[in-house]
Design a protein around this ligand. Sequence first.
Ligand SMILES: [Zn+2]
Length: 241
Amino acid sequence: MNPEELKKAWTAKWRRILDNNDQRMSHPEAYRVMCHWETRDMLEAGVIDEMLKLDMDEQANAAYWHAVEELVTSTDQYQHGGHYDVLPQTGAECVGRIVSNTYYSADGPGLDGFDGKVFGDSHGSRLVFRNGTEAWILKGLRLTAPTGELYDLVQTAQSVNGVTYPAIDDPDCYRTLVDLAQIALETRDFDSYRKTRPLLMCASFTQCATCLDRFGLREDCVSCSGDGFVRKPSRQPSSSA
Ligand SMILES: [Zn+2]
């Protein structure tokens, strides 16, 4: 392969990574890193120069920020570092827990200490049990068993870089974190934003869909009483969670 062919093929590979919308929306931080790793390798191999790398990385950064801005109001996204209680929609007791993609049954885990794993690919996500081949479909934060029974995942904590943080249930704490995240977003401070984002997503609150927490609209908003955020439906105090 001559240098021109190499550049063309490698640029096409980078473009495929950049255009991977599933990855961008489900793992924005990993998506950005993957794009940057590719251009780093291209620069090291002499396929692109510093200027072109900057330009390509800027495209990946813009795609990342676009994704996370969209995801601010998404309240039902499954997070890979999340800890969840699995609750039957019938209101019955919790049947198990999912901790960082591993499922533990409430009535005691199996021989190897766990009972299932959550897998995800372009066809969607599913909880696969160790015993047998049964798989439950995972869509958003809802599991569907082959029998049609429905289960809700209620997040209790979130692991970020190996540290486990309990889901934020204090309004003042949530407000402070939202403000920090907003500054990080506005200044395109990736390192700060990637730490706040999973914590905000696993909090008991979410941005108010009526005023979108916008200055000038928030003050008179009846949906959130001026807070800019509301409690997630699954976290209402009346819930069995
Ligand atoms: Zn509002």
